[in-house]
Write a protein that binds this ligand. Sequence first.
Ligand code: PLP
Length: 354
Amino acid sequence: MRTYWSRLAANLEPYVPGEQPKDRTYIKLNTNENPYPPSPKVIEAIRAAANSDLKRYPDPNGDALRNTIAAYYGLQSDQVFLGNGSDEILAFSFSAFFDPDPDRPILFPDISYSFYPVYAHLYQIPYRCVPLHEDFSLPIEAFFQKNGGVILPNPNAPTGNAVSLSVIEEILRHNPEQTVIIDEAYIDFGGVSAVPLISRYPNLLIVHTLSKSRSLAGLRVGFALGHAGLIQGLNTIKNSFNSYTLDRLALVGAEAAIKDHAYFQATKNKIMRTRAHVVSELEGMGFYVIPSQANFVFISHPARPAEEIFTQLKERAVLVRYFKKPRIDNFLRVSIGSDEEMSSFLQALAAIIA
Ligand SMILES: *Cc1c(COP(=O)(O)O)cnc(C)c1O
């Protein structure tokens, strides 16, 4: 039967998000959500904003939130762009900064966030995947070849390993003509942010999200930081698409989250402590654990296939993420939950391995 779809739509292979099951209660360690609730100040702010003002459109530029984020990072507000989740900002970035030039493919790692190739297809941007080393570390020189732009998560997903600021700077120095996007979705869990490089590299765009370290996956707020010229490019795309990407509740909730320093520090430190404990337990059980600076660990067992462990964990109501893809099909990505969730996970795992 005819679908009536465009040729573009007919040929797209969309991203598949981690499942959000409704059939039973799982210990949910499959989408890198934060186990802790958002700051109580976020809930307060959203409650206060749930009033008759909702009949009015929100501020299309989100000035109050942009000012708050700019102050937090020591930047100007024209160096901040807001999006409906950082995924939206990444999509806008492909459109704003990359060209469909067959001689200059954009570069990203072969093992990386699986949304990048999806956006490349949507915007018809040619790309080349840079193979990571055997241990999933980054081959820096591969990013010095001719290209139309670079996009890189730091820490990487789904491996969790991070590169130093000097590596990011080397990549920037070798790509002065292109936009280099660093996706810092997990930076708050121990990596070193490239924000201090913004003043020296007008081609550096840094993308952050409130979904992970701020416990706000359900609110859909992300932001980009960079030279005002890049931010203008993003605004041009956004205003050619949807003027009001963030609603009134998201704007005030996000602002309250950024302002609650104490809560943010306490929850992210808690997750990092839990991660350290989980890593040592996993290693004690014989797992290979990639060093993680993120709120998840990427693990493999020498004797038991990852897919089998995944299925058996699911039967025990523990949900982790398994990617049936070359090079990583014997790994599991496990989000760091609360101490209670992680001890249930470790118990289930021990029973499976035994
Ligand atoms: C979770 C994640 C995002 C998306 O975050 P949202 O703000 O929820 O859209 C972007 N990049 C990476 C690498 C992620 O893991």
